[in-house]
Design a protein around this ligand. Structure first.
Ligand SMILES: Cc1cc2nc3c(=O)[nH]c(=O)nc-3n(C[C@H](O)[C@H](O)[C@H](O)COP(=O)(O)OP(=O)(O)OC[C@H]3O[C@@H](n4cnc5c(N)ncnc54)[C@H](O)[C@@H]3O)c2cc1C
Length: 468
């Protein structure tokens, strides 16, 4: 047995340290690509155990990869250098609400959707709402700076975190920020940790900001025969003085997939639909709904639908939620991308995606958060077909290029992980990437925490989607 496993057992119950092949195997995947077997899995349940893992790992030079529920779409929790997977999902869930301060203090294993369930009875809301909210952890959300449909009006995870407790890569406990909305004491280390994909620290507690729950919401669905008009309708709404809370785009392939998967009466002949939600005072949203409906009709929406009951609205949003599982039935492999463009460039990005689809003869379906320019062009393929995968790799590289050309970014919410690291310099330039590497080296001198992520490996120039 490795000396470091014996050392781990000194302060962590043996049943929390998994070394059997079968146990380790279930920790070798996430929701993206690749399969990497860790040497051990440690299911930590408190910060003292986390400290012990990191101190031991530094002593024996063993890589440590934090893991929440492993729903990452970019390879973040994959133990690409072996070593230890630090499973945070067995940590006891705690959500302490301080309604007078409009904050909640949460443990890292809390499922994101549970925060809202807990704060709603207080008339409060935690706005970030990734579509995976019922299965992913707040720890994972913080590490990826996750977003969701409500990002349009309310922003993303980083906008709702004011304090963190973190175990550093060398195994020290650190607090950042605090309980106050205003705090400018020193560097903003809270923001540095958020989105660092588990490479700068293990998050063991977070103080999140809450907002009053809007008194009313109204959903509206608009049907388009032309994808670019749907893009224009989005831009026109956003410049009309109205800020919807959600504005989601679903293309024809996705509509058909949802109807095949779980028929709910979506218009399968439509080129695209927009699903919009307005929230606020009931009288205000009634006026805004009429205005948005008018904009949709001016942009030649072939139909608009305003649900009259909560059940009808829930059915429309259920359709949006079903897109991911439904398109997974088109082909066995799904390459989920989240390249994001400025809102005014949604129409041109749609055009570029169509051209890429034709050039490489690949199956691209598009859905996503149109209101904030964060589209999800997903390439449906079969990873066993090497010739097809080569075309897919080239198509995805061109999707990244298109997004950057249009003033956008490689990733709006899924993170870089292993999937997009080869393209970092294209967006940030060599100085930007070098500065990030220097920060990582200062925080984690032995490169213990989640190595092999964000930065390209030596000589890595392209996306690799095949398990090589
Ligand atoms: C169907 C589906 C829909 C999705 N929809 C969205 C969406 O709408 N918006 C969105 O942003 N994402 C979405 N995702 C991606 C994914 O759910 C998010 O990235 C989520 O934040 C990952 O959480 P997790 O608990 O699964 O973390 P994991 O996947 O286990 O880990 C993600 C990253 O966080 C790190 N990490 C985990 N816990 C900690 C911790 N406590 N401290 C430090 N680092 C840690 C890991 O090392 C890894 O780098 C979706 C995924 C799926 C499969």
């Amino acid at each position: 047995m490795s000396g470091w496993i014996t050392k781990l057992k000194e302060n962590i119950p043996e049943k929390q340290i998994l070394t059997d092949t079968a146990d380790r195997f279930s920790y070798s995947f996430d929701a993206s690509f690749g399969e990497y077997l860790p040497e051990a899995v440690v299911q930590v349940k408190n910060k003292e155990e986390t400290v012990h893992v990191l101190k031991t790992a530094n002593q024996y030079m063993v890589p440590v990869t934090p893991r929440g529920q492993s729903t990452s779409l970019s390879g973040g929790p994959l133990p690409v250098k072996g070593g230890i997977v630090l499973d945070m999902s067995q940590w006891p869930e705690t959500i302490d609400v301080f309604a007078d301060d409009l904050i909640a203090i949460v443990s890292p294993s809390v499922l994101t959707a549970d925060i809202n369930k807990t704060v709603e009875p207080h008339g409060l809301m935690y706005p970030p709402d990734p579509s995976s909210a019922h299965v992913c952890t707040i720890g994972g959300n913080l590490a990826e700076n996750s977003g969701g449909p409500r990002g349009l009006k309310y922003g993303v995870t980083k906008d709702y975190v004011i304090g963190l407790e973190v175990v550093t890569p060398e195994g020290e406990i650190m607090k950042t920020g605090g309980r106050t909305i205003k705090n400018v004491t020193g560097f903003d280390l809270t923001k540095l940790i958020i989105g660092s994909e588990g490479t700068l620290g293990v998050i063991t507690e977070a103080t999140v900001k809450l907002v009053p729950k809007p008194p009313a919401v109204q959903t509206l669905m608009a049907v388009f025969d032309d994808v670019e008009l749907a893009g224009e309708a989005t831009s026109k709404t956003l410049t009309s003085g109205i800020l919807p809370s959600k504005m989601e785009f679903v293309d024809q392939e996705c509509i058909k997939a949802v109807e095949n998967y779980n028929p709910i009466g979506l218009p399968v002949e439509a080129a695209a639909i927009l699903i919009i939600e307005l929230d606020g005072h009931p009288e205000a949203i009634q006026m805004e709904t009429e205005q948005v409906q008018k904009i949709m009709e001016e942009l030649e929406a072939s139909a608009t639908q305003i649900p009259e009951t909560e059940e009808e609205a829930a059915k429309i949003w259920q359709a949006r939620k079903l897109v991911s599982p439904a398109i997974a039935t088109i082909k066995p492999t799904k390459v989920s991308e989240d390249a994001t463009v400025p809102r005014s460039k949604i129409g041109p990005m749609m055009g570029r995606l169509q051209a890429i689809k034709e050039k490489y003869n690949v199956d691209i379906v598009v859905f996503g958060h149109a209101g904030d320019g964060n589209l999800h062009p997903d390439v449906m393929c079969d990873k066993r077909d090497t010739e097809e995968m080569e075309r897919v790799e080239n198509a995805v590289a061109e999707i990244f290029e298109a997004a950057i050309d249009l003033g956008g970014t490689l990733s709006g919410e899924h993170g870089i992980g292993t999937m997009k690291s080869a393209f970092m310099e294209q967006e940030l330039g060599p100085v930007g990437v070098d500065m990030m590497k220097r920060i990582k080296a200062a925080w984690d001198p032995s490169n213990i925490l989640n190595p092999g992520k964000i930065f390209p490996e030596k000589g890595q120039t392209k996306l690799v989607l095949r398990d090589e």
